[in-house]
Structures are given as structure tokens and as C-alpha cells.
Design a binder for this molecule. Structure first.
Ligand SMILES: C[C@](O)(CO)[C@H](O)COP(=O)(O)OP(=O)(O)OC[C@H]1O[C@@H](n2ccc(N)nc2=O)[C@H](O)[C@@H]1O
Ligand SMILES: Nc1ncnc2c1ncn2[C@@H]1O[C@H](COP(=O)(O)OP(=O)(O)OP(=O)(O)O)[C@@H](O)[C@H]1O
Length: 302
């Protein structure tokens, strides 16, 4: 495609340079388990708080190919299992053109930490390829495709901090006070599937309404089990709680502490124990990915 026409068709994407899009993290401000479905999946209630921090996914048009090529491998994840490839594959059937696309990844988020990195990567790919391939799917349709890839994908597709129910797919946008979060990940892997399958996991929290949500009156129902099984998570939470209200996100291993100012959060970040990785982020009501689309005049069907 000649550069002029290409630039008109797919701004801000082109074949000369990589366009980097945000793939933000989330934390679960609370996580109640209200029951178990016949499928084995759990009925949850949660508040997904989106953050202004995350990975970056790069896209470059390839005029010489009709294929999607993923350039950056993620340690320990085969290309076939990568949620980025899976998201691209899931959209193939819907594409209205055969534009070849090269995909790149700058990973900042720890994997399997309960902060949704893989799910967010998948959502960024679904929304971007929907645009580049002119699939014209709605957010609802993209979220439906995303749910097949992971329970946390729909919230990133919709791009709003939300009160969530069901397996995480029934979402109601929520406006949260701007706050700063120190997110810290100890050097231990917690398997989401193992935690949900564990006999000691409590599964009988009474449902609450979105209006009833407050941090102080809610919990993460996975926290007691995960801290019992993994002393690294227990020790980190005990340490953090001296500085600010703190809780585990998802099924761990990451935990977060809530601060009113970025300075306070950054000060504690600098003191984190040596084997703990962390970052400071601001909570946002609208995903940085959706902000990117808005700023570039790209509309997605509601
Ligand atoms: C715990 C949360 O992080 C909360 O945000 C998510 O619900 C987990 O989302 P995720 O990592 O995208 O999870 P998935 O990849 O869909 O599921 C991983 C495994 O967790 C269990 N699982 C997950 C979600 C759910 N509502 N009930 C479950 O029982 C299932 O055994 C599943 O095989
Ligand atoms: N692009 C990807 N980025 C990160 N992990 C990926 C990716 N593709 C596949 N995975 C696999 O998915 C697993 C879960 O990834 P993810 O980062 O979404 O988990 P998480 O932070 O625990 O999030 P959740 O809150 O959804 O449980 C990883 O351990 C990894 O094996």
C-alpha cells in the first residue's frame, strides 16, 4: 500500500514504524466468592480498578504479508499459548481485509500476579485488530470473544473500572476516587486454577450491591488461603500493612497498598524488601487504551 493511502486508512498505524499502545494492569479492590457453577468456575463479586501502568503492545503494518507475526516471545510461554496470538486467532474469522500485522511486546507487568497482564494484552490486541481489520465488532461482541480467552479479558475490553459479577463478565462501570497504589509482587508463583480448586477456599460470601461497596467492609476471599500456603505473600502483606491499608489482588501473588499521594507510595516502594518487585500507579476510571483510541479519533461500537 503506498504510504499516503495507508496513512489515511489506518491512522496512527503504518508500515514504517511501530505504534505502541497501552495494555494496563488491574487490581481487584475486593474479591468475594459467592458460589460455584456446575462448570467448576466461581461466581465472584469484585471491583476492578484499572491502573495507569502496564505493558505496551506494538503494531506495525506489513504490506508484504497477510499474516500476523508476534516478534517478542514471553519467557515460559509458547507462541501458541500466548494470549496475544490467541486473541489474534480469535479475530481471524471476522476480518474484512487481509492486512498483515507485526506485533511487538514490552512487558512490564509480572506474569500470573493477579494484575491481569495477559488478559490485558489480549484485550489490546482484540481492540486494535478489530480496527485494523475493519471487523466492526461492538465492545460487547469483543468482550464475548475475550471471555473465551480468560475471565479478566472483558473488563479490559470495556475499558472502565467496574463492579463485576458472574465469573467477572457482568460489569457495571464505577467511578472511584483517584488514589495511588503501590503494587508489590513477591518472588513466588500462585496458580489461579489451584486456588480455585482448593478444598479450603471459602465460597459462601453473601452478595452485596455495587452501592454497598467500601474497601473497609470487604475482603479478598482468596487471601487467607494464599497466605497460608505461601509465606512470602503473608510476610509481604504484614510488612505493607504498617504503611497503608493493604490487600491481595486476584488470586495473588501480588498485593497492593492504598495511598493518598504518589510521594507516599513511592517512598514505600523504595523500601520494599530486596526480593520483591513493585510499581506505583494511579487508579483510573477509563483505561489508557481507550484514551489512546479517543485521542486518535478511533471509534469503537458501543
Ligand atoms: C481471580 C481473578 O483474577 C479476578 O479478577 C480472575 O477471575 C481470574 O481470571 P483469569 O486469570 O483470566 O482466569 P482464567 O484463565 O479464566 O481461569 C483460570 C482458572 O481459574 C478458575 N476460575 C477462574 C475464574 C472464575 N470466576 N472461577 C474459576 O474457578 C478456573 O479453574 C480456571 O481454569
Ligand atoms: N501475553 C501474555 N502475558 C502474560 N502472560 C501470558 C501471556 N500469554 C499467556 N500468558 C500466560 O497466562 C498466565 C496468566 O497471565 P496473567 O498475567 O493474565 O495472570 P494474572 O496476572 O494472574 O491475571 P489474572 O488476574 O487474570 O489472574 C501467565 O502465567 C502465562 O503463563
Amino acid at each position: 500500500m503506498p504510504p499516503m493511502i495507508e496513512a489515511l486508512v489506518n491512522p496512527p498505524f503504518n508500515s514504517r514504524e511501530i505504534t505502541w499502545l497501552p495494555s494496563p494492569a488491574k487490581i481487584n479492590l475486593f474479591l468475594h466468592i459467592c458460589g460455584r457453577l456446575p462448570s467448576g468456575y466461581h461466581q465472584l463479586q469484585s471491583v476492578f480498578q484499572l491502573l495507569d501502568y502496564g505493558d505496551k503492545i506494538g503494531f506495525r503494518l506489513n504490506p508484504n504479508s497477510e499474516r500476523v507475526k508476534l516478534y517478542d516471545n514471553i519467557d515460559g510461554v509458547s507462541e501458541k499459548d500466548n494470549l496475544i496470538s490467541k486473541a489474534a486467532k480469535a479475530l481471524l474469522a471476522h476480518r474484512q481485509n487481509h492486512q498483515g500485522i507485526d506485533i511487538f511486546v514490552q512487558k512490564s507487568l509480572p506474569m500470573g500476579g493477579g494484575i491481569g497482564g495477559g488478559s490485558s494484552n489480549a484485550a489490546t490486541v482484540l481492540l486494535t485488530l478489530n480496527y485494523l481489520w475493519q471487523c466492526d465488532l461492538s465492545l460487547q461482541e469483543l468482550a464475548h470473544i475475550g471471555l473465551e480467552l480468560g475471565a479478566d479479558v472483558p473488563v479490559f475490553v470495556h475499558g472502565r473500572s467496574a463492579f463485576a459479577e458472574g465469573v467477572g463478565e457482568r460489569l457495571a462501570a464505577i467511578e472511584l476516587e483517584p488514589q495511588y497504589y503501590l503494587v508489590a509482587t513477591p518472588n513466588v508463583h500462585v496458580s489461579t486454577a489451584d486456588i480455585f480448586a482448593h478444598k479450603d477456599l471459602p465460597r459462601d460470601s453473601a452478595p452485596i450491591s455495587a452501592q454497598q461497596y467500601s474497601f473497609a467492609t470487604t475482603r479478598n476471599d482468596c487471601e487467607l488461603l494464599v497466605t497460608t500456603l505461601h509465606s512470602q505473600v503473608a510476610n509481604l502483606l504484614q510488612w505493607l500493612i504498617h504503611y497503608a491499608p493493604s490487600r491481595m489482588t486476584g488470586t495473588g501473588a501480588s498485593v497492593f497498598a492504598i495511598f493518598n499521594s504518589k510521594e507516599q507510595a513511592s517512598k514505600v516502594l523504595q523500601q520494599l524488601p530486596i526480593d520483591v518487585k513493585g510499581f506505583v500507579a494511579e487508579g483510573v476510571n477509563v483505561s489508557p487504551l481507550h484514551q489512546f483510541f479517543k485521542e486518535n479519533g478511533i471509534k469503537i461500537k458501543a
